[in-house]
Design a protein around this ligand. Structure first.
Ligand code: ZN
Length: 138
């Protein structure tokens, strides 16, 4: 069995940002030499997500507005968690958008459905944070 484990680092300029990481993951699948297997991609921080959806900027603004309605950043004092921190909203947003994705690898490629792309979702950014990628198979 072949295995590749890699951590990708991100530092966003904005507090909240979505980054398409599909190419980076595809490169790792190539590096792994796996033709048939599974690829796990997970955020290593509890205020960030990894998810699959469309790479369409209108949709990303819709996600952001929707999340901000569900768990508004302000007022910071509305959350019990914000007792010396200000990121309770980011924990809640992460929970909705998810921790990880698993994509099948077939013929050495990520086996996506139509329009599927992998995103890193940052909800409490402007500092260095990691995503773990693990690819296993034959
Ligand atoms: Zn926190």
């Amino acid at each position: 069995m072949k295995v590749l484990t890699k951590e990708l680092w991100f530092q966003t300029r904005q507090r909240r940002e979505f980054i398409n990481i599909t190419r980076m993951v595809e490169d790792l699948v190539k590096q792994s030499g796996v033709r048939d297997g599974l690829c796990l991609v997970n955020a290593m921080h509890i205020t960030a997500s990894v998810f699959i959806n469309d790479d369409e900027s209108g949709l990303h603004r819709d996600f952001d507005r929707w999340l901000e309605k569900l768990a508004p950043y302000q007022p910071v004092s509305q959350y019990d968690h914000n007792n010396g921190e200000d990121n309770a909203d980011a924990h809640l947003k992460r929970q909705i958008m998810g921790r990880e994705v698993v994509v099948a690898v077939t013929d050495g490629k990520l086996h996506f459905g139509p329009w599927e792309q992998i995103f890193y979702g940052e909800f409490d950014g402007r500092r260095r944070k990691r995503v773990l990628v693990k690819i296993i198979g034959e």
